[in-house]
Design a protein around this ligand. Structure first.
Ligand SMILES: [Zn+2]
Ligand SMILES: [Zn+2]
Length: 337
């Protein structure tokens, strides 16, 4: 079993447990591959999260740089320990603007001896975080003229720029904008404009079918998916969506089915852990999603042969039969006692 995406409290403010504890859990669960992929440092104080702000933005930005250096050193040391679990080191890049995209490229080059790949992610739309909390998401919506269709169009446009420039091996949480599509927010199903729930065309944001309602969004998502397939990029099925109580992991079924329809699309699995309890989180549900909801035949994963990465795959039938599930379920059972 694999996870291609993880964090820890040592290197990100909203982490839960230490990198050592997360690594120990991945080893105990008998993951074959576990990728350590801390966030790249952000360069502009406007992208700092509330929990990172001390009032001295230079010091706050410098702290991100120092943490990232610490992560590279620590992760390299872990990788060298020779665990049965293979650890691959990457970074989750911020596709928030052209400056950060250029910086991500530079970081990859500067640290090419350590960083083996990157996860291309979008956490902001028009400079506002969409995955921090409901309030910030609503602010991002406001920035998009209180129009959900506009917000998602802006997201996919910026994601396209990031993917074109960086060609990340893994594209992170493809439809992250869904996270705070709340039951309390109502949208005009034609225009995408935020409305009162009494509006005749009101649909609750949590139930919006982006692809069915808005062909423009389908077109942009399809363009991005085709681009990812064109250079051999991978789309992660990220179980943090399930952990945060969404119905599906990222990408949700409508975007996952759209991606599946594109020739060359390859999915990998990630837990996006920030703590011990997140390691392999909801993997039973993810297996059901892969097998019965979106009905994939194969799941892909990264392999590392002496520092050279390649992409391999296994059938979903073989995935179900992996001995991993025994050690995984044993650890979960131990936890629930
Ligand atoms: Zn992310
Ligand atoms: Zn992440």
């Amino acid at each position: 079993m694999h996870s291609h995406h993880s964090h820890s409290i040592d290197y990100v403010a909203h982490g839960v447990d230490s990198l050592e504890d997360i690594v120990a859990r991945a080893v105990k669960m008998q993951f074959k591959l576990y990728c350590l992929t801390e966030h790249m440092p952000r360069l502009d104080p406007k992208y700092l999260y509330p929990e990172e702000i001390t009032g001295k933005s230079d010091a706050d930005l410098k702290a991100l740089q120092e943490k990232f250096r610490g992560f590279l050193e620590h992760a390299s040391e872990i990788k060298g320990r020779g665990y049965a679990t293979k650890f691959i080191i990457g970074t989750e890049v911020e596709g928030c603007d052209t400056r950060h995209i250029a910086y991500a490229k530079e970081l990859m080059k500067q640290n090419s001896g350590v960083l083996q790949f990157c996860i291309g992610s979008m956490h902001h739309v028009n400079g506002v975080p969409i995955d921090f909390d409901q309030r910030e998401w609503l602010r991002a919506l406001e920035f998009a003229g209180n129009n959900l269709k506009r917000l998602v169009i802006d997201y996919f446009e910026q994601q396209f720029v990031m993917i074109s420039e960086l060609r990340p091996l893994v594209v992170g949480h493809f439809d992250l904008f869904r996270l705070y599509c709340s039951k309390e927010v109502f949208i005009d199903s034609t225009s995408g404009q935020k409305v009162e729930h009494t509006h005749p065309a009101a649909v609750c944001a949590a139930e919006v079918s982006f692809i069915d309602l808005w062909p423009e969004i389908k077109m942009l998502a399809l363009r991005n998916i085709k681009l990812i397939a064109s250079y051999g990029g991978l789309i992660e099925i990220n179980t943090s969506g399930l952990r945060k109580k969404l119905r599906d992991p990222y990408p949700g079924r409508e975007f996952a089915m759209l991606a599946k329809s594109v020739e060359g699309t390859r999915f990998v699995l990630s837990d996006d852990a920030h703590g011990v309890a997140h390691v392999g989180v909801c993997y039973n549900q993810a297996l059901y999603y892969i097998d019965s909801v979106i009905q994939l035949d194969r799941l892909h994963f990264i392999e590392d042969a002496g520092g050279v990465l390649s992409v391999n795959s296994l059938s979903v039938e073989d995935l179900k039969r992996q001995p991993f599930w025994d050690s995984y379920n044993a650890v979960l059972q131990e936890d629930s006692r």
